[in-house]
Design a binder for this molecule. Structure first.
Ligand code: GLU
Length: 289
């Protein structure tokens, strides 16, 4: 038996809301995705779709096509156009320029190894939702040194100066329909990467810009991304974007309480369909009777 961890999850439509489902085309959709998509569609008076394909190394156009086909098969429909992140790099660049203009970005030349070594050396590095926070090695680099490394072609990411950002934004709050109004914790992710060395935007930046561009008023997604909303609230304030509401849903788990992952191939929508399950059965398995 499969169970949805929301107990019970309010799945009624929120009047006038615009919700979205935003899968990354790095593989086939599984039952956990179906739960998320059905949750978003049920909550939204209008429902839109976004393909989160900024990570060119992991995303494939054929997965994006398969995702749309699976969602159709499940019985979902959405408004056009579907936004594909890879077509909107200019929007992310403009957002980065704005943050840079506020003096809140700095180039970070550290490798993963440099960071791990620095964290190990410090002995008591504070941790965030994604592990140890960046120890700030490149924050204080002199501008001549930054210039020298850039000119030498050393690759760099762009990080947010979280303390500076928090001071500029002042106290912020956000509303989750399941948990009520929360004070935002802008320092939760520390000096987070907003543009990666290999991709000129990070998940956090792109999602925040896209939700605003697409007019999303209610961001629905799994509990696993709950912490990210603290940071997205901060980015909205810095970028002057409208503030939506959020509703984080519980994660669908198997009999052993494990959440689904892309490796559970037998539970992809494609495999279930090929095994003869109907869309109605799969919707039920995904917690939507
Ligand atoms: N693209 C993300 C994922 O597939 C979801 C992003 C979001 O809903 O904010 O996990």
């Amino acid at each position: 038996m499969l169970k949805a961890m929301d107990q019970p999850h309010p799945s009624g439509c929120v009047p006038n809301s615009i919700t979205r489902f935003a899968p990354s085309p790095t593989g086939g959709l599984h039952l956990g995705h179906a739960h998320s998509a059905l949750f978003a569609a049920a909550r939204g008076a209008r429902f839109i779709l976004r393909i989160e394909d900024i990570d060119a190394g992991r995303c494939r156009p054929e997965f994006a096509d398969a995702i749309l086909a699976d969602l159709h098969w499940l019985g979902l429909s959405w408004e056009q156009p579907v936004r594909r992140q890879s077509e909107h790099m200019d929007d992310y660049r403009a957002a980065l320029d704005r943050l840079d203009g506020l003096g809140l970005l700095y180039p970070c030349f550290c490798t993963r190894r440099d960071i791990a070594d620095e964290v190990a050396r410090s002995g008591h590095a504070p941790h965030g939702p994604d592990g140890a926070l960046y120890p700030g090695t490149c924050r204080g680099l002199a501008s001549a040194e930054r210039q020298r490394r850039r000119s030498a072609g050393q690759p760099y990411a762009l990080r947010l100066d979280a303390a500076g950002a928090a001071a500029l934004a002042g106290p912020l709050s956000w509303r989750d329909l399941g948990r009520g109004t929360l004070a935002a914790d802008p320092l939760l992710f520390g000096d987070v990467v907003l543009a990666r060395k290999d991709t000129p935007a990070s998940y956090h930046l792109a999602v925040t810009v896209d939700d605003a561009r697409q007019g999303v008023t209610l961001v629905t997604r799994g509990e696993d991304l709950f912490a990210a909303s603290h940071l997205h609230r901060l980015l909205q304030a810095l970028l002057g974007l409208p503030v939506p509401e959020w509703h984080h849903h519980g994660l669908l788990t198997d009999d052993h309480g494990r959440r689904f992952a892309k490796r559970d191939r037998s539970l992809t929508l494609r495999a279930l369909r090929e095994a003869g399950h109907t869309p109605a059965e799969v919707r039920r398995m995904a917690g939507f009777p």
